[in-house]
Design a protein around this ligand. Structure first.
Ligand code: C2E
Ligand code: MG
Ligand code: MG
Ligand code: MG
Length: 281
């Protein structure tokens, strides 16, 4: 333990808190080695339309830790976001996703799929982000409309004119833009009229109790109506049950993602899901 003593300079009275801080520092250090050691992997989760046809997928990063096994992105992405590690992780995700799009382009079953990639605030704010995307599109000969970037409302909290300009530049490349976890952030409605979005993504926290919680039901109906009025596509995430799907459909939702249609899976498994789905529609 002698070699760890330097890190233990800060001591908390509460041993549990001490433990939590140490665990976090360890995880952050481990994360630095994740990329060079090939521990990151992309999972793909299917997205379908009202006819249950596959329209695309969301790429979701996984960290296969040598000791802990799979670490959830909900856990390590926030850590990466507090350091500049998110830039490396984000660049790797984008590159891997673009490579996958290039592979899909060669096969009839996958050539029309749209791949959605999560982009964090830091990454989006980075100087040269648009050029980086343009470069990837060129390098992998990607049809730009096949690439969708998922932004969160926290992106919009920043210097709005810079954000709008970047989003417009991405739009002129042909890339699609989706607002992830819509309704959970601190956003104002006014950004809907200023931002060149293609899609609103209804957060799963609203979808979860859609059939039993009147407030959630109203929230979801309102988001769908808003999307329709602004001529935006709308997708619901976290669809797990037939009842949720029925409610969403009835209220005009256009696209769906959730365990009901398929869990995020490694690429081979995702491809099997696609094949199975194509036989049922
Ligand atoms: P998100 O972008 O909102 O992704 C949706 C999350 O909901 C995913 O969790 C997905 O596995 C989960 N999910 C999908 N369908 C269902 C369902 O029917 N029921 C339930 N209970 N959950 C469902 P995941 O993969 O753990 O990712 C968590 C979050 O981590 C993502 O939320 C996203 O914010 C972030 N993330 C994941 N990959 C990346 C990435 O490559 N870059 C960045 N910046 N963030 C990422
Ligand atoms: Mg997302
Ligand atoms: Mg989401
Ligand atoms: Mg979410």
């Amino acid at each position: 333990q002698a070699k760890d003593s330097g890190r233990n300079a800060v001591r908390f009275f509460d041993p549990l808190m001490q433990q939590a801080v140490e665990a976090r520092v360890t995880l952050e250090n481990d994360l630095r080695h994740a990329l060079p050691n090939d521990q990151l992997q992309l999972y793909y989760q299917i997205q379908v339309d009202n006819d249950r046809r596959a329209i695309g997928a969301e790429a979701l990063v996984r960290w296969i830790h040598p000791i802990r096994g799979m670490v959830s992105p909900a856990h390590f992405i926030p850590i990466a976001e507090e350091t500049s590690l998110i830039l490396e992780v984000g660049a790797w995700v984008l590159k891997t996703a673009c490579l996958q799009l290039a592979v899909w382009a060669d096969r009839p079953m996958t050539c029309n799929l749209i791949l959605a990639v999560n982009v964090s605030v830091q990454q989006f704010k980075q100087v040269g982000f648009v050029e980086h995307i343009a470069e990837l599109i060129r390098a992998y000969c990607i049809v730009p409309q096949r690439l969708k970037l998922e932004l969160t409302e926290s992106v919009v909290l920043n210097d709005v004119s810079d954000i709008v300009q970047k989003m417009c530049a991405l739009k002129s490349l042909g890339v699609r833009l989706s607002m992830d976890d819509f309704g959970t952030g601190y956003s104002s409605l006014s950004y809907l009229k200023n931002l060149p979005l293609d899609q609103l993504k209804i957060d799963q926290s609203f979808v979860r109790n859609i059939a039993t919680d009147e407030n959630d039901a109203v929230m979801v109906k309102t988001i769908i109506a808003m999307a329709q009025n602004f001529r935006l596509n709308v997708i619901a995430e976290g669809v797990e049950t037939e009842a949720q799907l029925a409610f969403l459909k009835q209220n005009g939702c256009m696209c769906y993602q959730g365990y009901y249609f398929g869990k995020p899976a490694p690429i081979e498994q995702f491809q099997s899901q696609l094949e199975a789905l194509s036989k049922t529609v």
